[in-house]
Design a protein around this ligand. Structure first.
Ligand code: NDP
Length: 446
């Protein structure tokens, strides 16, 4: 008889040919939950996994817009509404030239389990467009966002589907998208999260993904009475997730020695301090420049053109850029250089061959769906504040974020314990799966 995983994967590959990132994400979850399904035949009888891999709805649409030269451009927009068993669809929008159905289905699938782990009532979705914001003026980005929302608005709503940011979608884009939604619907509602503080945003939302991931790493290290203090840390990326991961590591006394973008990596062996981090934020969020400029400002640093940070010796690594950015070879190098903790802040940044090595070496390895869940969790808190027409203090949101990361860690330990070792991949997948599965069973065949 075929194994549960083989049977499911044959089905998924046949129905979604060429969607390799989606296959990768499904296989990882299926590998973890197969023993649970073997033990409890109800999940198989009710075809829970088969239903989970089929999005409830996929919307794909034309996004025409006019560039600064008056030329007409056409992009493709998407929204994947994956699973609403636990609440309204929730998940970010990604604007990047690599965006396609496979990438968004993998992200939406991961999002379902992540949102389940947060303990909040959130379903899972993801969306975006193959639009590249790099090098575009504010006016072009605004016209693109307005055109994108002119179609998306009819599919979303504060009780239906609540998008947020992701790669290429930050505060500026959320503002333009929200403005257009408000205009079309004639309604001011919490339909998007990551909003500006003055118009419905939550304190700590910009920080939440990075801060939450560092809180999760602290929880893992604390299992051995250890912490981030004095650890040498490598970080990839220089965007939202990376900036606030670096900030929290600095607060906790760690030393961050790298930062990167898609062109290359900066190595700063003296450590990135608060002043250097402020300079990076200005470079990336205001001037929208390239990370190589760091070396012009701080000449003692090294710039590795075209390289990723995984060759730099470190105790703890935080991949914060994109999927599959740690190859099997990178994983080997990290282990050889003594890295003992890898916390995924990006979604699925480690290839399966890399994860295998981290698990075999029994280091502390946190999968993105557990470690980066602080971002969506704080989006959930933004939704609660919008529903109450209130804004909570920074201290209150941060305390809730810490509690949520603590409970996600606890759930991973509960379901991922393997003797003395905690397999956080298995723990996160099983804990996330069980809650969604039970809701689906209780809601019938829909
Ligand atoms: P940003 O757009 O703010 O930053 C992305 C960073 O990653 C940039 O430095 C970018 O470099 C780099 N990058 C993007 N694509 C590639 C690539 N193909 N190769 C190398 N570098 C790349 O995005 P975020 O920081 O928001 O997102 C980063 C990761 O974190 C993503 O995986 C996202 O899904 C995940 N995440 C984000 C959350 C959030 O709240 N923002 C929540 C949960 C997960 P460049 O500028 O050169 O493109």
């Amino acid at each position: 008889m075929k194994s549960i995983v083989d049977e499911l994967m044959a089905h998924v590959i046949e129905r979604n040919p060429h969607e390799v990132e989606f296959h990768q994400a499904v296989r990882e979850v299926a590998d973890s939950v197969a023993p649970v399904i073997e033990e409890h035949p109800i999940y198989r009888k009710l075809r829970i996994l088969e239903r989970m891999v089929e999005p409830e709805r996929v919307v794909m649409f034309r996004v025409p817009w006019v560039d600064d030269d008056g030329d007409i451009r056409v992009n493709r927009g998407y929204r994947i509404e994956m699973n609403s068993a636990l609440g309204p669809y929730k998940g970010g929008l990604r604007f990047h030239p690599s965006v396609n159905l496979s990438i968004l289905k993998f992200l939406a699938f991961e999002q379902v389990f992540k949102n389940s782990l947060t303990t909040l009532p959130l379903g899972g979705g993801k969306g975006g467009a193959d639009f590249n914001p790099h090098g575009r003026s504010d006016g072009e980005v605004m016209r693109f966002c307005q055109s994108f929302m002119s179609e998306l608005f009819r599919h979303i709503g504060h009780n239906t589907d609540v998008p947020a940011g992701d790669i290429g979608v930050g505060g500026r884009e959320i503002g333009f998208l929200f403005g257009q939604y408000k205009r079309l619907r004639n309604e001011f509602s919490g339909v998007l999260t990551g909003k500006g503080l003055g118009w419905g945003g939550s304190r700590i939302r910009p920080e939440a993904t990075g801060y939450g991931a560092v809180y999760f790493a602290q929880e893992m290290l604390a299992m051995d009475g250890d912490g981030i203090k004095d650890k040498v840390v490598t970080v990839s990326g220089a965007g939202n997730a990376a900036q606030f991961t670096i900030e929290k590591v600095i607060h906790l006394g760690g030393k961050v020695v790298s930062v990167s973008d898609s062109n290359g990596t900066i190595v700063d062996r003296d450590g990135i301090d608060e002043e250097k981090l402020e300079w990076i934020k200005e470079l990336k969020n205001v001037r929208r420049g390239r990370i190589r400029e760091y070396k012009d400002k701080y000449p003692h640093a090294e710039y590795l053109k075209g390289a990723r940070p995984w060759g730099i010796p470190c105790d703890v690594a935080f991949p914060c850029a994109t999927q599959n950015e740690i190859s099997a070879e990178d994983a080997k190098t990290l282990l050889k250089n003594g890295c003992r903790c890898v916390t995924e802040v990006a979604n699925m940044p480690t290839v399966p061959g890399g994860i295998e090595q981290f698990l075999a070496a029994q280091i502390k390895f946190a999968p993105g769906k557990a470690a980066n869940a602080g971002g969506v969790a704080t989006s959930g808190l933004e939704m609660s504040q919008n529903a109450q027409h209130l804004q909570w203090t920074r201290e209150k949101v941060d305390a809730r974020l810490r509690e949520i990361m603590h409970s996600i860690h606890h759930a991973c330990v509960e379901h991922g314990r393997d003797g003395m070792f905690i397999n956080y991949v298995k723990g996160a997948n099983i804990a996330g799966f069980l809650k969604v599965a039970h809701a689906m069973i209780e809601q019938g065949v829909v």
